[in-house]
Design a protein around this ligand. Sequence first.
Ligand SMILES: C[S@@+](CC[C@H](N)C(=O)[O-])C[C@H]1O[C@@H](n2cnc3c(N)ncnc32)[C@H](O)[C@@H]1O
Length: 174
Amino acid sequence: MFLPTLLILIFLILFGTMIRAGFSGAPWVPTFNKNLLASFKLADIKARETVYDLGCGDGRWLTAAARLTGAKKIIGVEISLLPYVLAQVRRWLSPNRARIKVCWRNFYQLDLSGADVIYIFSLPKVMAKLEPKFKKELHPGARVVSLAFKLPNYQPAEVFKATANGMPLYLYRF
Ligand SMILES: C[S@@+](CC[C@H](N)C(=O)[O-])C[C@H]1O[C@@H](n2cnc3c(N)ncnc32)[C@H](O)[C@@H]1O
């Protein structure tokens, strides 16, 4: 009796947080590996910069950023428990783990004033909700790269259309 109850509880916790993330932000859909490099090139990430993936999923953008860019600090924020655990495992397996941090947090409640680059793959309603936060908190020179969806009231500085799955990458400069 104890074991089935425990398994049901674990299932509810893992998948309950995924369902909540799907409603509050976006469901977990990983970025294609080929698009990771395109996002780094578009953001033009430099050494000593602090970069964020808002809603980092399984952490693939974080470990690739650590391997392929000189970013000093690479921070992933994830609200859903299962991808958060996978991102932590990925971080531990990375030889660059000292530069990577994964937080189990709601990105709406995060202070973004220290971010030089933000990567996000989310939904239009999330972009609309984050836009005033970006405007208020991001320092001049900070960049946002968004896969698939635009910020509603900003003009992208660049658009990269040739991604692996046909979804555009938008670059915003603040
Ligand atoms: C489309 S997936 C992108 C995953 C990852 N960035 C990638 O590109 O592979 C969006 C992620 O955002 C997470 N998410 C949704 N709302 C969130 C919130 N308010 N705070 C933190 N993460 C959130 C979801 O759980 C999901 O993993």
